[in-house]
Ligand binder design. Structure first.
Ligand code: 13P
Length: 341
């Protein structure tokens, strides 16, 4: 394990306002996104979409520190034969890879899941490193509903995350540790706080037991927010206060950076909340974004599968990437949001 390299990559992924583009949708998830814009999902359309995104110069150079790829994409080449990984590197951004095999039903725990993908992971990580990946992602999913989550499911998912993280570091790959507490449902912001606190405490206990080098990790958490269907919603200032109070109680100082998932927040909401969190700072961790939907919904819509719309897609991507970059510095404003839109 090269600790210096791991620590440097973890800092580069999260520092100075830059954040991650989570473009690691599985083929079934990207099909859902393409269905929504009337585009057929084939290896070529998926390539075309990701190619114009990775060729978006300003966004990739100035605002995006790294890109999370899916297995298919890390092996694909652009239309001119250049590997997509090389496009990302040429822009000064770091390629990463999703290595989990998805959340599957956890036996004996109705309504709860366990993320699979540990078998054979050491070998796959070695191959991904050779393909250019310098960080990886594993997402555990925790749902809040009546009677769940349970101790058993949280413990099992945290242990899998820790095993994954240890395997990554052995391969000199920075693990993004992602325990996502879903915002589905009608639970209160207090309930989200309570569950996320329980989850993060357990995750850091398991990382300790697995002897993971925290300086060479990145945390990818949810924000503390009420459920989407909750009667009482929260202001960005309230989200910021609760989220930072949570981190102060759970995230060790050795962790260099925290990069949020957007989890179904609208793109402007995701920027406004990230900005409010950074305005409350300074914090001991860099706090930035690792957004999938909140960075890509707008460019996907602008593109809609038509080659002539690629510049419009790139413009929409640059705008969202810049808004989140400003938010990661605590410098976003509604005025800039509207001025550039
Ligand atoms: P969203 O930002 O769309 O939640 O996706 C981020 C991600 O990588 C989830 O695993």
């Amino acid at each position: 394990m090269n600790k210096d390299q791991l620590a440097q990559v973890a800092i580069a992924m999260t520092a100075n306002g830059k954040g991650l583009l989570a473009a690691d949708e599985s083929s079934s998830t990207i099909k859902k996104r393409f269905d929504a814009i009337g585009v057929e999902s084939t290896p070529d359309t998926r390539r075309d979409y990701r190619e114009f995104m990775f060729r978006t110069e300003e966004a990739m150079r100035d605002y995006i520190s790294g890109v999370i790829l899916y297995d298919e994409t890390i092996r694909q080449t652009a239309k001119d034969g250049t590997p997509l990984v090389k496009l990302i590197e040429a822009a000064g951004s770091i390629p990463g890879i999703k290595v989990d095999a998805g959340a599957k039903p956890l036996p004996n725990f109705p309504g709860e899941t366990i993320t699979e993908g540990l078998d054979g992971l050491a070998g796959r990580l070695k191959e991904y490193y050779d393909l250019g990946a310098r960080f990886a992602k594993w997402r555990a999913v925790i749902d809040i509903a009546s009677g769940i989550p349970t101790y058993g499911a949280i413990r099992a998912n945290a242990a899998a995350l820790a095993r994954y993280a240890a395997l990554c570091q052995e391969a000199n790959i920075v693990p993004i540790v992602e325990p996502e507490v879903l915002m589905d449902g009608d639970h209160s912001i207090e309930r989200c706080y309570e569950v996320t606190e329980w989850v993060l405490k357990t995750v850091y206990e398991e990382l300790f037991l697995a002897r993971v080098f925290l300086e060479g990790t990145v945390l990818k958490p949810n924000m503390v927010v009420p459920g989407k269907k909750a009667a009482k919603q929260a202001s960005p200032e309230q989200v910021a206060e609760e989220t930072l109070r949570l981190f102060r109680n759970t995230v060790p100082l050795a962790v260099p950076g925290i990069a949020f998932l957007s989890g179904g927040q609208s793109d402007v909401e995701a920027s406004a909340n990230l900005d409010a969190i950074n305005r409350l700072g300074p914090t001991p961790w860099a706090i930035t974004f690792s957004y999938g939907r909140a960075l890509q919904a707008a460019p996907q819509k602008a593109w809609s599968g038509k080659p002539e719309n690629e510049p419009a897609g790139q413009k929409a991507f640059t705008h969202r990437a810049r808004m989140n970059y400003l938010a990661a510095l605590g410098q976003w404003s509604d005025t800039q949001e509207k001025a550039a839109a």
